[in-house]
Design a protein around this ligand. Structure first.
Ligand SMILES: [Fe+2]
Length: 307
């Protein structure tokens, strides 16, 4: 019988467990504080609206997939650019998920034209960062794209309940989730309220190596995460913003439609300015989460201060 408790996780990178005393002291204080975001939104989650006619991300995604030869643009136009029908247009091989939960179709989206980047920055500047209300913020320069096809093969391991902090992200980040299809059930993000999430992190004494292992191998912990994480029901024109300490997961899509979403992190300038710790990714590349690298050198939402 294999020793599952000590086996490496079937899914997931080298999770974080900070032991350096100085680093850990600030890290734990950040995990346990009432964050500026939490002061404004005690549940740790809020929902925003914008006008998708003014920010046509779906059209640009369609153009990009067509330019890469992944779909026939005319066929998507016939579906009114409704990306939840992408599985009807994309070849089965391009729907398969790899170990980092990316499909070939999703990888193409990292070649998005400049029009996407400027629209994304404008949405953050005009809508998201002002609504968060914590002053100007640096933002993830290249957002993360998720295209989860219905019942696509390759979902790695068990449902990947996590906080991004687990993989090295800064606990002072704020997460932003942008749906490009109607999201529901497993065609969505599963989210736990902040309070329940913090209880779990505290019980684990902030050891995400142990938590990551248990999400893959311990049925009791998997069931508990499954109870507290519920699917977001949101659609195009809505945005969900949440405290980065909230537990969440991108589950295996068992619905009949495609999930297309992108997500990003913002780092309020004021909160970051008071921080000593520097965070980096836990993967092989140890990607830096510093300003000017993963995060933009400039800050958006400046107008919020002048109101
Ligand atoms: Fe995440």
């Amino acid at each position: 019988m294999p020793d599952l408790k000590n086996a490496p996780p079937a899914y997931g990178p080298d999770n974080a467990h900070y032991t350096d005393p100085g680093f850990r002291a600030e890290f734990v204080a950040d995990m346990e504080r009432v964050s500026p975001f939490q002061q404004r939104f005690p549940a740790g989650i809020t929902k925003l609206r914008y006008d998708p006619r003014k920010f046509d991300f779906c059209g640009i995604v369609g153009d990009t997939l067509a330019a890469a030869g992944v779909i026939d643009r005319g066929a998507l136009s016939a579906r009114a650019d409704r990306l939840e029908f992408l599985h009807e247009l994309v070849a089965p091989d391009d729907q398969v998920m790899d170990g980092s939960q990316q499909s070939a179709a999703a990888r193409v989206l990292y070649e998005m034209p400049a029009a996407f980047a400027s629209l994304y920055e404008r949405l953050l500047d005009e809508v998201v960062v002002p609504a968060i209300g914590l002053g100007p913020a640096h933002f993830q320069k290249v957002p993360t794209f998720r295209v989860f096809f219905p019942n696509a093969p390759g979902y790695p391991g068990a449902t990947s309940y996590h906080t991004d902090i687990q993989i090295g992200h800064n606990p002072r980040e704020v997460n932003v989730f942008f749906p490009l299809v109607p999201c529901a059930e497993t065609r969505s993000l599963l989210m736990a309220p902040l309070h329940e999430s913090l209880q779990v992190w505290r019980e684990y004494d902030y050891d995400f190596v142990r938590f990551g292992r248990d999400t893959q191998h311990d049925p009791a912990m998997q069931a508990r995460c499954g109870r507290i994480c519920q699917p977001l029901r949101v659609g195009v024109g809505e945005i969900v913003v949440f405290d980065s300490r909230c537990m969440h997961a991108g589950p295996h899509n068992k619905t009949a439609l495609t999930r297309v979403t992108f997500d990003a992190r913002v780092l309020p300038v004021g909160d970051h300015a008071l921080q000593q710790n520097v965070y980096q990714g836990r993967g092989r590349r140890r990607a830096s989460f510093a300003i000017g690298e993963y995060f933009s050198a400039n800050a958006v939402g400046q107008r919020t201060l002048r109101r």
